[in-house]
Ligand binder design. Sequence first.
Ligand SMILES: [Zn+2]
Length: 149
Amino acid sequence: MDRTTRNIFLASLLGLIAVTIGAVVLLGGTSGPPPGTMMVQGVVIGVDSAGLTKVRGFTLRADDGRTLGFDLAALENAVEFPPGHLVEHQGLGSKIRVWYRDAGGTLQAIRLEDAPAGADVAEPAVPPQPAGEIALIAASISAGDAISS
Ligand SMILES: [Zn+2]
């Protein structure tokens, strides 16, 4: 092929790659859990801060009744969700979601997010699925453990 044809071919190939990457980012970037993490949803009941800006950790009352303490040293989305925003959530009593890792007994928050409105999983034994759980269901389907049921 001549140079012009090749350039058009390359341009369309690059365009396709860009669209594919964009779709992956859109689908997985906003609420996709980091690999190897667990997710819990609940209300912030305490913030451990050393001064106004240095938030070291927080305490969550999870929807399932557990009280969990998280360390923020490994937080990956502090720009999207500044740790100081936890204080606002504590004041408002509005729920957040925490993706975390258990590092030898220390729960390290990796990612923080506002819980979707209406996503109340306070009674996990009740079958009807709130809208907010669809992402979790999709995640477990893609992980392969829900296909047979
Ligand atoms: Zn918020």
